[in-house]
Design a protein around this ligand. Structure first.
Ligand SMILES: [Zn+2]
Length: 249
């Protein structure tokens, strides 16, 4: 449950498109969800405090459940990375939110220089152990080691929906991507036909873990403000996921 019992003020501005007209989109266990009528973005409002968010991630520090599936995930990520790597201007790959390092390992097997960062220090410890060929760092994006330099290919899978401040995240990330560099990003798709009419009943809605729900339009606006042009959206008819490839201007 959210900390405050007082009814908070309605949202003022859409963080994706800067639109100002909203309507309520339901409530999930005490968390209000709003809908931007301009770009379709849905979001938890108000955004929960840092302590409230941190508490739910304690459980992720037990990263063991990921390791069994790791090899299969590497193979799947390899196919994806190989498909897109020829469009990247160079070979420097970074997975932001790399968990136990499956995409980092996949990139390495594709011949890229592979780096991964994740806030879960136990996940990073596992990554170093099971996929020792990659470079890893435990911490927030703001702590990305300067000596790692800049990147040509950024991989960000199922991260942005968790972020209380995605602008801060992209402000830290964007300067580390070379001009012409690629961003591969996935997140739940709030505009997908599988999303129920009663939005808060959608299986992807569970604040304080998932806080933000983008549509294609919202994502185009948001990434545009951080210097990216969306090249294409990858349509998955039976999975409610937004997958996209964007290029840094
Ligand atoms: Zn909007």
């Amino acid at each position: 449950m959210p900390d405050s019992l007082e009814k908070p003020a309605a949202p003022q501005i859409c963080i994706a498109c800067e639109g100002t007209v909203f309507e309520p989109a339901g409530n999930y266990r005490g968390y209000d969800i709003y809908h931007c009528l301009r770009c379709g973005f849905r979001f938890t409002h108000p955004i929960p405090g840092a302590a409230e968010i941190a508490a739910v991630y304690e459980k992720y520090n037990k990263a063991g459940k990921y390791t069994a599936k790791a090899e299969r995930k590497v193979v799947r990520a390899q196919k994806r990375i190989r498909r897109y790597m020829r469009h990247a201007p160079g070979k420097r790959f970074l997975d932001v939110g790399c968990s136990v390092g499956t995409a980092v390992e996949a990139a390495r097997r594709c011949g890229l220089e592979a780096y991964g960062i994740d806030i879960g220090d136990q996940s990073i410890a596992i990554a170093r152990e099971i996929f020792p060929g990659g470079h890893y760092h435990a911490g927030a994006i703001e702590s990305l080691p300067p000596e790692w330099g800049n990147f040509d290919f950024i991989y960000s899978a199922e991260v942005i929906e968790h972020l209380p401040d995605p602008h801060a995240y992209f402000s830290a990330l964007s300067p580390r991507i070379n001009a012409g560099g690629l961003l591969y990003l996935t997140t739940p798709d709030a505009g997908h036909w599988l999303v129920p009419k009663d939005f808060a009943k959608w299986s992807a809605v569970y604040p304080p873990e998932h806080l933000l729900f983008f549509t294609r339009d919202a994502m185009r606006h948001f990434l545009g403000r951080h210097g990216f042009d969306v090249i294409k959206f990858v349509w998955s008819p039976f999975k409610h996921h937004l997958k996209l490839l964007a290029r840094k201007r």
